[in-house]
Design a protein. Structure first.
Length: 391
């Protein structure tokens, strides 16, 4: 039977998330997933959430369960503004349904069909998915171990709508941008009139020392800043935020109103209740300590299991991911089903490139699996690579 539905042209640009499809593999018994970027459930503050839920329902239940302002719950917006290391008016803060919605709003407000958008090489897959339906030309900027190559950015900036960048413990690579590079990037962006969209979901997950000042702090009028509560509280809350200059905030708000009216008001009030007494100052260090142990366990396993193989990886200072280069001639996408057969899953790196993908790359997450499973998973990955070399 023929379908009566005619899809919009933008629908043709929508593709399933490679990561979401891979998560289905983790449901198979015996699979160790080093693929999805799922925070460790051991970090979820269940007791604090339970207390906050009871208090919100007891003290303000009628308002918490009612429709609310599209901008977000006032005390939560005030908390966000006060928590950032530059002067932010709460009126600049928009609470979003996860930071992924922030990317969607940015795409709807700033991208026209055929307009050019610049991204790092590689970049966050979810951003590519959010931008693609608006039919832009998405172009990768050359990047190194610190992120964006400023010279290459300058050469490509003319006419671009914005650069999307993750300076802290980037997804997928785990790399971070030093202060000198940040300043050079902002200076170049100001010089050529290029706005920046700074995404910072991982900035609180540092191991030994916090990352340098945000790009937005160096040029607030030229940046939109995205943040999330998913990695420091719980992703199931689906709460994030953006901070935008007054020149673009009203349109982002209107796009938000059209999308979902407002983010869940109950969730916002619960989070505000949890945060109000300095809870994160006590809670986030426990997340950092856990992820540091898990990262070191993965690095140790890589050094042991990959000995003698031409496999390279970076050593992140925080976040949730590290980046692996396979031996010459290998293809991570082709390797994946063989790894799954050995009991381990990863994300092929080609999914994270806007263009000119490197088929030898893959992303590993060290935060979801416990330490003993990390060691077993890396051993299984090494066996897969050796068997592929010997084939």
């Amino acid at each position: 039977m023929n379908s009566p539905w005619t899809l919009a042209r933008r629908a043709e640009r929508m593709n399933p998330s490679v990561i979401r499809e891979l998560l289905k593999l983790t449901e198979r018994p015996g699979i160790i997933s080093l693929a999805g970027g799922l925070p460790s459930p051991d970090t979820f503050p269940i007791d604090a959430m339970r207390v906050a839920c009871d208090r919100v329902l007891r003290d303000d239940g009628r308002s918490a369960l009612q429709y609310a302002a599209s901008e977000g719950y006032g005390p939560l917006r005030e908390w966000v503004a006060a928590s950032l290391p530059w002067a932010v008016d709460p009126a600049q803060v928009l609470i979003t349904t996860g930071s992924q919605q922030g990317l969607d709003l940015v795409a709807k407000v700033l991208i026209d069909s055929g307009s050019r958008v610049l991204v790092e090489t590689p970049t966050y897959l979810g951003a590519l998915q959010a931008f693609a339906p608006m039919e832009p030309q998405i172009e990768g900027v050359a990047s190194d171990a610190e992120g964006v190559d400023v010279g290459n950015l300058t050469a490509k900036a003319d006419g671009a709508r914005f650069l999307y960048v993750l300076p802290n413990f980037q997804n997928p690579t785990g790399r971070s941008m030093g202060l000198a590079r940040r300043q050079a990037l902002v200076d170049a962006a100001v010089r050529v009139g290029l706005p920046l969209v700074e995404d910072n979901p991982y900035g609180d997950l540092w191991f030994d020392q916090p990352p340098p000042t945000p790009l937005t702090a160096l040029n607030p009028e030229g940046c939109i800043y995205l943040g999330s509560f998913s990695k420091i509280l719980a992703p199931g809350l689906r709460l994030g935020f953006l901070v935008a200059p007054a020149s673009v905030y009203p349109k982002l708000l209107q796009a938000k109103q059209a999308a979902d009216l407002h983010s869940p008001s109950f969730n916002q009030r619960v989070v505000a209740e949890v945060l109000k007494d300095g809870f994160l100052d006590r809670h986030v260090p426990t997340i950092r300590a856990l992820y540091k142990r898990q990262c070191h366990a993965m690095l140790s396993a890589l050094r042991t299991e990959m000995a003698g193989l031409d496999v390279r990886w970076n050593e992140p200072d925080g976040g949730m991911f590290l980046w692996v280069h396979l031996p010459k001639g290998m293809n991570a996408t082709e390797l994946l089903p063989k790894a799954v057969a050995q009991g381990v899953a990863f994300v092929p790196g080609s999914a994270f490139y806007a263009d000119h993908a490197d088929p030898r790359t893959l992303r590993l997450s060290f935060v979801t699996a416990p330490v003993d499973q990390i060691a077993s998973g890396i051993a299984a990955l090494a066996r897969t690579i050796r068997e592929e070399q010997d084939a």
